[in-house]
Design a binder for this molecule. Structure first.
Ligand SMILES: *[C@@H]1O[C@H](CO)[C@@H](O)[C@H](O)[C@H]1NC(C)=O
Ligand SMILES: *[C@@H]1O[C@H](CO)[C@@H](O)[C@H](O)[C@H]1NC(C)=O
Ligand SMILES: *[C@@H]1O[C@H](CO)[C@@H](O)[C@H](O)[C@H]1NC(C)=O
Ligand SMILES: *[C@@H]1O[C@H](CO)[C@@H](O)[C@H](O)[C@H]1NC(C)=O
Length: 395
């Protein structure tokens, strides 16, 4: 009898434990040794939390409670060998990088996720303390390191990024490279309008990426789109200060994967360098851009609201012939209105080797200082629908 009872209680205990671990694994980084609001290094505790979550089966949550956590090294969260395919990072605190940029100078990325399948990152602030590096770069006096990207997602799938804030990156804020099925929503990105190379979100070699309801203020492109990007949806973005949303620079190399099926919708550009831009190097390349839609956009004092520039070659260095090999076709600009900070609101400066084809303008109304703006075309063919101001100059 006794033996039966003991066995039964052991079985119950096992069942009970099983149901707890399978249903919900919860790891608080403070319990694992992270120290909020102190100068001590919390990176080990963060990595420990990841390793435990990665080794567990069933949905796991890593919680970073309120407070500021000092992270003076580059963190690598690798999904290689993970048993888990549903890890949630719930962040209520701030991760803070050292303001001395030399500490991270040998790393490419401050917080890197790679080979991860199934991740949600919610809330929290990533403060990369980039101001000292920007000052170094802008002063031009000393040799400055390139800087680290703040948050990187590389070679990963099924990622959701919700409600995070990225502050003062040294280089790009968020990079999505070689990923599939990534959803970015409700993100706030903030850096000075004078911070060099601090692109908000850079996407390349990735399929099925969506970015929505986000506020991006920075010193370079709000969103930049590199080669190999397909099925990219961008919606409800407020951009500015910044350089706008840019496809490119493309065509730097001879062989390059194409950019295909990109939509930018219902977004606002405030005091930006560009609105929506497609940019390629004036160099030989087999690059390709097609099936792009820019729709329902508002420009408030953007310097170049609509621009295609295929003659990019800073300092006219290393661009034999200075002609771009990138083919651009089937790009629609639909319902774009507001103000241009320069007199040329529409600029299509295409390649003399491969003219831009099937550029479609529908219902455009852009003015300059409350007066008529003008347009500029070079090697560009297309058609117009509805009312177009300034008048198109397709040739
Ligand atoms: C912590 O962050 C999560 C994700 O953003 C949020 O849902 C939750 O309400 C936050 N909790 C507190 C106590 O602020
Ligand atoms: C991209 O999304 C489409 C439609 O949802 C899906 O059919 C396709 O498999 C996805 N591609 C990748 C590489 O995940
Ligand atoms: C284009 O991308 C969108 C998502 O951005 C997707 O829903 C649609 O199916 C794609 N179209 C093609 C033809 O792949
Ligand atoms: C042009 O691009 C649009 C939007 O992606 C797409 O629906 C359409 O099929 C493309 N047209 C051609 C002729 O490929």
């Amino acid at each position: 009898m006794k033996i039966i009872i003991v066995t039964l209680s052991i079985i119950l205990e096992i069942l009970n434990l099983k149901s707890v671990t399978a249903a919900y694994n919860y790891y608080d980084v403070v319990t694992l040794g992270a120290k909020p609001n102190s100068n001590s290094d919390s990176s080990k505790a963060l990595e420990a939390a990841w390793n435990i979550a990665c080794d567990s089966t069933g949905e796991s949550t890593i919680h970073i409670p309120e407070g500021e956590y000092f992270v003076p090294k580059s963190l690598k969260f690798s999904g290689k060998g993970c048993r888990n395919s549903k890890i949630n990072f719930v962040i209520n605190g701030t991760l803070k990088a050292p303001s001395d940029f030399r500490v991270l100078q040998n790393s490419k990325t401050w917080v890197l996720f790679e080979h991860v399948n199934g991740l949600t990152l919610s809330g929290g602030v990533f403060d990369a303390a980039g101001a000292k590096l920007w000052n170094c770069k802008r002063s031009g006096k000393e040799a400055c390191p390139r800087g680290v990207e703040s948050l990187g997602f590389v070679n990963s799938q099924n990622i959701e990024i919700n409600g995070i804030t990225s502050l003062d990156s040294q280089l790009y804020h968020i990079v999505i490279d070689d990923c599939q099925n990534v959803k970015v929503e409700g993100v706030t990105i903030s850096a000075s309008g004078h911070s060099p190379n601090t692109d908000g979100i850079h996407v390349q070699s990735s399929i099925n990426v969506t970015i929505s309801s986000s506020n991006i203020a920075t010193g370079d492109d709000c969103i930049s789109i590199g080669p190999g990007t397909k099925n990219f949806w961008i919606q409800d973005i407020t951009c500015g200060p910044g350089h706008g949303i840019s496809i490119g620079s493309l065509g730097k190399t001879l062989h390059e994967a194409k950019v295909y099926n990109v939509t930018v919708q219902t977004s606002t550009f405030i005091n930006t360098e560009n609105g929506v831009r497609i940019k390629s190097w004036g160099r030989p390349s087999d690059g390709f851009v097609s099936d792009v839609v820019f729709q329902h956009l508002t420009m408030e004092n953007a310097r170049n609201p609509i621009i295609i520039d295929q003659n990019y070659c800073p300092n006219h260095n290393d661009c034999p012939g200075e002609v771009s090999g990138v083919r651009i076709s089937n790009v629609t600009y639909d319902d774009i209105h507001g103000s241009s900070a320069t007199s040329i609101a529409l600029k299509f400066d295409c390649s003399s080797k491969h003219r831009c084809l099937d550029i479609i303008l529908k219902n455009i109304k852009l003015t300059h200082e409350n007066k008529q703006a003008s347009s500029f075309c070079n090697n560009c063919e297309g058609s117009t629908f509805g009312n177009i101001q300034p008048k198109s100059c397709f040739n």
